[in-house]
Design a protein around this ligand. Structure first.
Ligand code: F6R
Length: 612
C-alpha cells in the first residue's frame, strides 16, 4: 500500500503535494518522492529514503521545486528494497513519461522482457518503472497521445494499480488511471487534486470524483475528463465528501484496528496471489525450490507474540499435512538456551515488522550455527528480511494498529503455502489433494468476508459482557492455537485478564478459577475433537461459566452446551484458524470500544519491539 498525490493548478505544486503526502503517510513510509513540471522545462524529480520529513528537508518544504503541475508518492515497498533508487516517481529513458504507482503488477517480469527486447534499460527493482516505460513504449509506437498509450498499457498489465502520469509533450496536463487500487479526484476553482485517499485533498475541496476500475482521467486546472479503457469519453457524477478529516484517514472506520480487520480478506488474497501461479504453488520468489524443501528434515519456527501463535497453528498444519517434525519457539527463549540445531533443519522466523529484537537475535543465532533460515516478513527491506537467507514476503500492507490482525492472517497464508509444498515434495498428498488444498486456500478470502458480515452479533455480545473481569479461551489442537491468539487480542486491547488453555488441561488446576458468570470461549473447529472440547465446555458450565461457542456451520449440537454461538463457514480443517480468528479479533475490539479504551494504541505497548 502506497500513497499517491497529484496537483494541477496555479500554486506551487510541491508544497501542496507534500501536505497531501503527509495525510497519506499511514499508508506506508519507507521512502517518498516528488516530480514537478514548470511549463515546458524538463521535469524535476526529488526522492528520499525514510520518512516524509527527509523529503521535506531536501526540498525546503517543497519551496525549492518550482512548477504548478506535479505528482508525489509515499512508498511501502513490495518490489525492491526501500531506497532512493526504488522510490517513485519513475521516469522513462528519455524523460518523456514520468509517473507514480500504487499496487502490484503481477506480470512485471514478462513486461520487462518485452521492453528489454525494445532496448529499454532499467535502473530500479520496481514494477512501477516497467509500467511507466510500457506507457512510453505505446506512446512512441502508436503516437495517439496519453489516453491511448495508458489504455494500451492497462490492457497488458495484470494486477492492481493506481497510476498518475505526466508527459513531456503535454506540459499542462496530468493523467491518472486505476484498477483495484483506490484513487480520488478533487475539483476546486482553477485546481484539481488527485490522491489515493480523501484525507489528502480535504483541505482543498470536498467535491470529488471516484474514478472507476479500468478508467482513465485527463486532469486540467480545475477540470477532469474521463475515458474508459476503449478510450471512449464517459461521464462520472461528482460527489460531496461529508466525513471529517480524521474519519476519512481511517476510510470511514472508527479505528485503524477495525479497518485492518476488514482488510484481512485482501491481505490474504494478495499474499496467496503472490505464490499461486497457474494453479500451482510457486515459492521461487522466496528463493525456495522443490529440491530445497525436499532437503529439509525438520522445521523450527521462531517468533514473538501473535507471530508465535501463527507458528503454533502452523505446527499442527505442517506436521499433520506434511508429516515433518516442527518445533515452535518463543524467540526470547530460543536465543538464550543454546538450541540444538542441525544443518538440514529449516529455521523460519516470522515477523510483521522484521525488526523485533528477539526474533532478529534468534535469526542471527541460527545463521551462526550454519542452519538455513527463512524470514516470513511483512516490511520489505527490514532487518530480518535483509539478514535471512531467504524471504517470504506477506502482502498485508502497512499495519498501523498496535494489535496485529491482517499481518497475522497474511502470515498464516504463507505458512499454509509452505505446508502444502512440503507435503507435496514429501509425497504426503497426491496431485488431486494438492489442487484441492490450493482451491480451498483461494476460497478463504471470500469466506473471511462472510465472517465479517456477522460482526453485529459479536458487537452485541461484547457490549453485554464489557464488564467481564476474567476470561478463558479453550480448545484442542489447532483450536488451542486459535485460543491463544484470541486470548492475546482480548488482554492486550481490552485489559481483561484472559487465559488460553488446552481444553483437556483445564481440570489440572485452572478450572478452580471458574465461578458463576466467568466468560469461557470454547473453540471447536476440528471435527475429530468437537465432542471432546464440548464435554470440557460442559464441565465449566456446571461450575457457573457463561459459554460462547465458536464452531463451523453444521455443528449445531454446540447450542445444547453454549449460551451464545458464533458460526464460521466450513473450510479444510487445516485452514480453520483463518476464519475462526476473526470473531475473536472482533470480540477483543468491541470489548475495548465498549470500555472506552485506546484501541489502536493500548497502554504500555509498541508496534515494533526493538529491545529485548
Ligand atoms: C499482538 C502483536 C504482537 C506482535 C509481536 C511480534 O497483537 O502485535 O504480539 O505479534 O510483537 O511482532 P513482529 O511480528 O513485528 O515481530
Amino acid at each position: 500500500m502506497c500513497g499517491i498525490v497529484g496537483y494541477n493548478g496555479s500554486e506551487n505544486a510541491a508544497e501542496i503535494l507534500l501536505e497531501g503526502l503527509a495525510k497519506l503517510e499511514y499508508r506506508g513510509y519507507d521512502s517518498a518522492g516528488l516530480a514537478v513540471r514548470n511549463g515546458t522545462n524538463d521535469v524535476e524529480i526529488v526522492k528520499a529514503k525514510g520518512r516524509l520529513r527527509v523529503l521535506a528537508e531536501k526540498t525546503n518544504d517543497g519551496k525549492a521545486l518550482k512548477g504548478t503541475l506535479g505528482i508525489g508518492h509515499t512508498r511501502w515497498a513490495t518490489h525492491g528494497e526501500p531506497s532512493e533508487n526504488n522510490a517513485h516517481p519513475h521516469i522513462s529513458d528519455d524523460r518523456n513519461v514520468v509517473g507514480v504507482h500504487n499496487g502490484i503488477i503481477e506480470n512485471y517480469q514478462e513486461l520487462k522482457e518485452k521492453l528489454l527486447r525494445h532496448d529499454y534499460t532499467f535502473y530500479s527493482n520496481t514494477d512501477t518503472e516497467i509500467a511507466i516505460k510500457l506507457i512510453d513504449y505505446y506512446m512512441k509506437k502508436y503516437q495517439e497521445g496519453p489516453v491511448d498509450s495508458i489504455a494500451r498499457a492497462m490492457m497488458r498489465i495484470k494486477g492492481s494499480y493506481a497510476l498518475a502520469v505526466m508527459f513531456k509533450d503535454y506540459p499542462e496536463e496530468l493523467y491518472v488511471a486505476r484498477k483495484d487500487s483506490p484513487m480520488v479526484i478533487g475539483i476546486a476553482e482553477g485546481a484539481t487534486f488527485v490522491a489515493s485517499d480523501v484525507p489528502a485533498i480535504l483541505k482543498h475541496t470536498r467535491t470529488v470524483y471516484y474514478i472507476g476500475n479500468q478508467q482513465i482521467a485527463k486532469i486540467g486546472k480545475g477540470t477532469a475528463e474521463f475515458y474508459d479503457i476503449d478510450r471512449e469519453p464517459i461521464q462520472l457524477e461528482a460527489e460531496e465528501v461529508t466525513w471529517d478529516a480524521e474519519a476519512a484517514e481511517k476510510g470511514g472506520f472508527e479505528h485503524f484496528m477495525i479497518k485492518e480487520i476488514h482488510e484481512q480478506p485482501k491481505a490474504v488474497r494478495d499474499t496467496i496471489s503472490s505464490f499461486v501461479k497457474d494453479g500451482n504453488i510457486d515459492l521461487s520468489e522466496a528463493g525456495l525450490s522443490e529440491a530445497d524443501l525436499a532437503a529439509v528434515r525438520s522445521v523450527i519456527i521462531v517468533a514473538c507474540g501473535s507471530a508465535y501463535h501463527v507458528g503454533l497453528a502452523g505446527q499442527y498444519v505442517m506436521e499433520k499435512m506434511a508429516r515433518i517434525p516442527v518445533r515452535v519457539e518463543l524467540a526470547s527463549e530460543f536465543r538464550y538456551r543454546d538450541p540444538i540445531l542441525c544443518a538440514d533443519d529449516l529455521v523460519i522466523v516470522i515477523s510483521q515488522s522484521g525488526e523485533t529484537a528477539d526474533s532478529l537475535a534468534a535469526l542471527r543465532l541460527a545463521k551462526e550455527k550454519g542452519v538455513p533460515t527463512l524470514g516470513i516478513v511483512n516490511v520489505v527491506g527490514s532487518s530480518i528480511a535483509r539478514e535471512a537467507d531467504r524471504v517470504f514476503y506477506t502482502l498485508a500492507g502497512p499495519e498501523i494498529a498496535v494489535a496485529t490482525t491482517k499481518a497475522y492472517s497474511a502470515q498464516l497464508a504463507a505458512v499454509y503455502a509452505l505446508a502444502i509444498q512440503l507435503a507435496a515434495v514429501r509425497k504426503q498428498i497426491n496431485e488431486e489433494e494438492y489442487h484441492d488444498l490450493i482451491a480451498e486456500l483461494q476460497e478463504l478470502p471470500a469466506k473471511m468476508d462472510r465472517v465479517l458480515e456477522d460482526k453485529e452479533r459479536i458487537q452485541w455480545f461484547a457490549a453485554k459482557y464489557s464488564n467481564a473481569k476474567d476470561m478463558f479461551f479453550i480448545g484442542r489442537g489447532i483450536d488451542y492455537a486459535i485460543s491463544m491468539e484470541g486470548s492475546l487480542k482480548m488482554k492486550e486491547i481490552s485489559y481483561v485478564h484472559s487465559e488460553a488453555y488446552a481444553a483437556g488441561e483445564l481440570k489440572h488446576g485452572t478450572i478452580s478459577l471458574v465461578e458463576e458468570g466467568t466468560l469461557v470461549v470454547g473453540v471447536c473447529t476440528q471435527n475429530g475433537l468437537f465432542e471432546k472440547t464440548r464435554s470440557n465446555m460442559a464441565e465449566v458450565k456446571t461450575r457457573g461459566a457463561y459459554l460462547m461457542g465458536l464452531t463451523s456451520y453444521g455443528n449445531y449440537a454446540i447450542e445444547d452446551t453454549a449460551d451464545f454461538t458464533v458460526y464460521i463457514p466450513r473450510t479444510s480443517e487445516y485452514f480453520a484458524t483463518s476464519l475462526a480468528i476473526i470473531p475473536l479479533q472482533l470480540l477483543g475490539y468491541y470489548l475495548s470500544v465498549a470500555r472506552g479504551l485506546n484501541v489502536d494504541k493500548p497502554r504500555n505497548l509498541a508496534k515494533s519491539v526493538t529491545v529485548e
